[in-house]
Design a binder for this molecule. Structure first.
Ligand code: SF4
Length: 472
């Protein structure tokens, strides 16, 4: 989970007279991409990015409700924005101007009118499936002066976003989730699954290739349950169709186009042998899978309503590694789920030791309102036990991750350079097909290029290498 703010610092150079927007994004990649769509709608309306909320005419807070205290954080943020609104209205920040504050995303969908009742400084609330109503909502608020709430189910996959990354792009292929994992709020906030047609997905990816993007990530809460609404095509066939189309269009367009396709997030119950085969045979399908396991205890998995066992998960991992050598594996883990015993937790540690993940995200269980776990189980694992287990799990996982990184030293690999390094002005950073982060000496001219690299050293979360070939 992470928080991001928009826009890039180049905002200061934009036209001074245009209205400005500021978006604060909480949560997962789906939310990051939704913020790109809001930015696209605002750009169509003539807005430009603001350098700060103080400088904005419209401020959006795009929320996530997955973690505990998300609502408390939101209302603290809204309290700060209320003060800003009052200062702006009174002209104490310079000339008086109106600032409109909107709340979007999962909490907006869940709480709707309650948000405005609790914080009257909010001018509008837009749910997860009504993104494209932003222009009407803004016009309504300006015309009537009244707050507006729209949480209708109006999914529009074709909304064009403003992408801040020039190398990697997100492509939404579905919305919602049908799984009802007992700890998860997503089916309530994002609705049930709805799928984007294959033809539209293929068109968008081709267009991204022509615009110079080298990598796309197909997005969905449960991406591998996608089915084409217009045919019987399922997710493995979609991957193969994308792979085939990228190789064909690279020849026709005379440009390399998109080199790598990733997908997030996959549910183990939908990891079929056909999907493993599509990953194995796809030349442009990244050798990486994020496969959340959540727990290594089959009893806890049953209470989580996950529909697989620890043993079946391990079999899938073995099948994947046999078919896709060198595949990178990452996961999500929860400790302290209701009823988790020491033996259940030990089973999770054992699974982590057996799988040897390349990276992982781990969390303490926290009861989320409106989930089955809250109504069915007592949150009976003491906070101190949750904390101790999380520390032990992270220590185990990180030690494995470091050993796996160490094993990369001396290997040759291909890296897609995507950014300047955060740590050194003289380095750039990129990822292998297996999603390992590789840093190397280089400048901004390498961003967007594939480079062959020999790994020379490792750290806890990344490796360092030297370029051994001509960037392409
Ligand atoms: S698969 Fe489970 S954890 Fe993932 S979004 Fe759906 S309900 Fe939530």
């Amino acid at each position: 989970m992470f928080e991001t703010t928009r826009p890039p610092t180049s905002a200061a150079t934009e036209a001074k007279t245009a209205p400005r927007y500021w978006i604060k994004t909480y949560g997962c990649q789906m939310n990051v991409h939704d913020s790109e769509k809001y930015a696209g709608l605002l750009a169509e309306m003539g807005y430009v990015p603001a350098a700060s909320p103080e400088d904005a005419d419209v401020v959006l807070v795009n929320t996530c409700s997955v973690r505990e205290r998300a609502e408390d954080k939101l209302f603290s943020e809204l309290g700060r924005l209320r003060i800003l609104k009052e200062q702006n209205a009174g002209g104490s920040n310079g000339a008086a101007k109106e600032i409109l504050v909107g709340v979007t995303g999962c909490i907006a969908q869940q709480r709707g009118d309650e948000i405005i009742e609790r914080q009257p400084a909010v001018d509008f609330v837009i749910g997860t499936r009504a993104i494209q109503t932003l222009p009407e909502v803004l016009a309504d608020v300006r015309r009537t002066g009244d707050p507006c709430v729209n949480t209708q189910d109006l999914v529009d996959f074709e909304a064009q976003g403003v992408r801040t990354d020039t190398v990697r792009a997100f492509v939404t292929i579905m919305e919602g989730c049908n799984n009802y994992c007992s700890f998860c709020i997503v089916p309530a906030t994002r609705g049930l699954e709805i799928y984007r047609p294959a033809s539209a997905i293929l068109d968008e990816i081709r267009g991204l290739g022509l615009r110079g993007y080298r990598e796309v990530t197909l997005l969905g809460q449960n991406v591998n349950s996608w089915v084409d609404p217009d045919s019987s095509m399922e997710f493995p066939e979609l991957l193969s169709a994308i792979d085939e189309s990228l190789r064909r269009t690279a020849r026709e367009d005379g440009q390399p186009g998109v080199e790598r396709v990733r997908f997030l997030t996959s549910h183990p119950k939908d990891l079929s042998p056909r999907l493993i085969e599509a990953m194995a045979s796809g030349q442009r399908i990244a050798r990486h899978l994020h496969l959340p396991v959540q727990s290594g205890s089959t009893r806890v998995l049953r209470d989580m309503n996950r529909h697989y066992t620890a043993a079946s998960y391990l079999e899938q991992v073995a099948a994947l590694r046999a078919a896709v050598p060198g595949v990178g594996l990452s996961t999500d883990l929860i400790v302290g789920f209701p009823g988790e015993t020491d033996a259940d937790f030990e089973a999770t540690l054992e699974l982590v030791r057996q799988v040897e993940y390349d990276s992982f995200y781990s969390f303490e269980y926290s009861p989320r309102p409106d989930t089955a776990a809250v109504t069915q189980y007592d949150d009976d694992v003491p906070a101190e036990t949750k904390r101790t287990r999380l520390i032990e799990l992270q220590r185990t996982g990180q030690s494995i991750q470091e050993q796996r990184n160490e094993a990369w030293v001396g290997r040759e690999t291909t890296v897609l350079v995507d950014s300047l390094s955060r740590r050194s002005d003289e380095d750039v950073s990129g990822r292998t097909s297996s999603n390992h982060i590789v840093n190397m000496a280089g400048d901004a001219g390498l961003i967007g290029k594939l480079v062959d690299v020999r790994v020379t050293s490792h750290a806890a979360h990344s490796v360092y290498g030297e370029i051994i070939g001509v960037p392409h």
